[in-house]
Design a binder for this molecule. Structure first.
Ligand code: ZN
Length: 218
């Protein structure tokens, strides 16, 4: 049985939001989080049935697997709102890229956020020149370029490397995926980089000037 109600914006592709609306909704949710007034979520039979019928996320996130950096909590969004890919160091591997492509092509998300964070263990290991074999070696190798960029910037090295890694991945996404590149070029999707500050709970949107949304809290 399809219970989809086409009048309910939550049940339409991208939840009927523009890319600017999508980022604004993320920021508004984050301000609720900071003010410790996160929304009450109810698990009702109707809501469960809606979710069984399909998913309509409005944003995709490529974030770190770190247990302290949960996007649904930090941005105060419900199940079904965010399409989340999490991997240590928020690196861009083939599985993550395919997942984000799916979110753009089939779920019509309006926003992709690359979401790094302070004190990232994966990035820290890369700044220390740690080497490894196998899968861990692959992960570290994906972070080397950001560390090299960060070394040319004012310290602290780890903070600069976290930011450089986020910026690098935001640039790689449209280059490595034709689907994502075309969606960005057509103006359907925006890619933003962001860094979570563990001590304060703040999220810094990198290059917010170009993100089309006012930085100031309303
Ligand atoms: Zn991390």
């Amino acid at each position: 049985m399809n219970t989809l109600d086409s009048n309910d914006p939550r049940l339409t592709p991208g939840q009927g939001l523009t890319k600017e609306d999508a980022l604004r909704r993320m920021l508004e949710g984050h301000w609720r989080y900071l003010e410790n007034r996160r929304s009450q979520r109810e698990v009702t039979p109707q809501r469960l049935q809606e979710q069984a019928d399909g998913q309509y996320p409005f944003a995709a996130i490529l974030g770190c697997a770190d247990s302290r950096v949960s996007p649904e909590l930090i941005f105060d969004q419900d199940q079904g709102d965010l399409f989340v890919v999490r991997v240590a160091g928020n690196i861009l591997d083939a599985g993550g890229l395919a997942s984000l492509e799916y979110a753009v092509a089939h779920l019509q998300v309006r926003l992709i956020m690359v979401f790094g964070h302070e004190h990232c263990g994966a990035v820290k290991a890369a700044t220390q020149g740690m080497s490894a074999s196998g899968a861990m070696g692959f992960l570290l190798s994906e972070l080397v370029e950001a560390v090299e960029i960060a070394k040319a910037l004012p310290p602290p090295l780890l903070d600069r490397a976290v930011e450089a890694n986020v910026r690098r991945v935001t640039q790689l996404l449209p280059q490595r995926s034709e689907t994502i590149g075309k969606a960005v070029a057509d103006g359907r999707v925006r890619i933003v980089g962001a860094v979570y500050r563990l001590g304060s709970g703040d999220v810094d949107i990198l290059d917010l000037r170009n993100a089309g949304v006012a930085a100031a809290k309303p």
